[in-house]
Ligand binder design. Structure first.
Ligand code: GLA
Length: 334
């Protein structure tokens, strides 16, 4: 026993179901074959980490009180996890590497949180790991994110997307059809901190004060909302939940044309009702959808930039890269 460990957490791309998780709705993300890895050993008193992508190392004394003031900033995610683990957090000394593009909407921060939680000694079910990492994100960045990213990364299944009910946290693994490629294309860097993400969360809370839980609402009920902006936000969420259900059926029945159409409808709703797209992202989706072999494409994740995701016939030539779903986060101790 040398107390050495290697913690690995993949990134994720969301096939459909965006801005539905924080109202307990449905999402359908999958992990991608890109990872954040923390390699190191147990130490004493503090967490010290270097990163291949960051000029400055982090040194965090345990216990952590306020993760949001840790410098350099990348340490806040690790500090958030340590704060959530409390006295269970183990001091470590290690090195972080990642193949997940940072700040691209592929959940690099959630992967760091989940890998850090495992490295610092978390031991338990995937749903608990995800909830801890989500709370860590709230404390570290102040972004009131939902559970999708952390749960997908913790519970990923190779070659499957995950149909997640964000109210019950029930997960169904849905096979990605063999005759389809999932393509990710980077459009623009973004950060959700300082974006309108938190505003969207509060607009949904506003809608729920008027008509009750959006996950249970119908479009007819949404139509009774007087404020046009709040009505559009709610229309996105309610229609997106239905698209996720329909998309899961389309994947299972290998109806790729329907799956692609639902992705395009989802993009239009995020663009027009939810207003989380950008002109550059809209243009990337338009070009992607005009490419022969592409069934459909959409913005993916929190939005305001980031990446688009497409479903295409194998071998379709695009500006993006083909991703493969992998198993969720792991830790090996020796
Ligand atoms: C970000 C958040 C998720 C989710 C998506 C939008 O990725 O971290 O919880 O809300 O945006 O679907």
């Amino acid at each position: 026993m040398t107390n050495r460990f290697v913690a690995r957490a993949p990134g994720r791309v969301n096939l459909i179901g965006d801005h539905t998780d924080y109202t307990g709705g449905l999402v359908l993300p999958m992990t991608i074959d890109r990872w954040t890895v923390i390699e190191g050993s147990l130490s004493e008193g503090a967490i010290t980490l270097t990163s291949a992508d960051e000029p400055d190392p982090i040194s965090i004394t345990l216990p952590v009180d306020n993760p949001a003031i840790v410098e350099p900033r990348w340490g806040r995610y690790v500090a958030g996890v340590a704060a959530e683990l409390g006295t269970a957090a183990m001091p470590i000394d290690g090195h972080v590497t990642t193949t997940i593009p940072v700040g691209a909407g592929l959940s690099s921060s959630a992967a760091l949180e989940v890998a850090a939680a495992l490295a610092l000694g978390f031991d338990g079910p995937a749903a608990d790991l995800a909830q801890l990492a989500r709370r860590a994100e709230h404390r570290a960045s102040g972004v009131p994110c939902g559970i999708m990213d952390q749960l997908c990364i913790a519970a990923g299944v190779a070659n499957h997307a995950l149909l997640i009910d964000c109210h019950t946290l029930e997960i169904e693994a849905v096979p990605v059809p063999h005759n389809a490629d999932v393509i990710v294309q980077f459009v623009a860097h973004r950060t959700l901190a300082g974006s309108e993400y938190a505003q969207r969360v509060s607009e949904c809370e506003h809608a729920e004060r008027l008509i009750g839980p959006l996950r249970l609402a119908t479009l007819a009920l949404v139509a009774t909302i007087g404020d046009p902006l709040i009505q559009r936000r709610a229309r996105h969420v309610v229609s997106e939940n239905q698209r996720v259900r329909d998309f899961a059926i389309a994947l299972r029945t290998n109806d790729l044309a329907t799956a692609g159409r639902l992705m395009i409808e989802s993009h239009h709703s995020l663009r027009d009702n939810y207003e989380t797209s950008t002109p550059a992202v809209d243009e990337a989706v338009r070009q992607m959808c005009a490419t022969p072999g592409v069934y459909g494409a959409r913005i993916t994740g929190g939005g305001f930039g980031g990446c688009i995701v497409a479903l295409a016939a194998p071998g379709t030539s695009t500006k993006g890269w083909v991703v493969r779903a992998v198993d969720g986060a792991t830790i090996d101790r020796t």
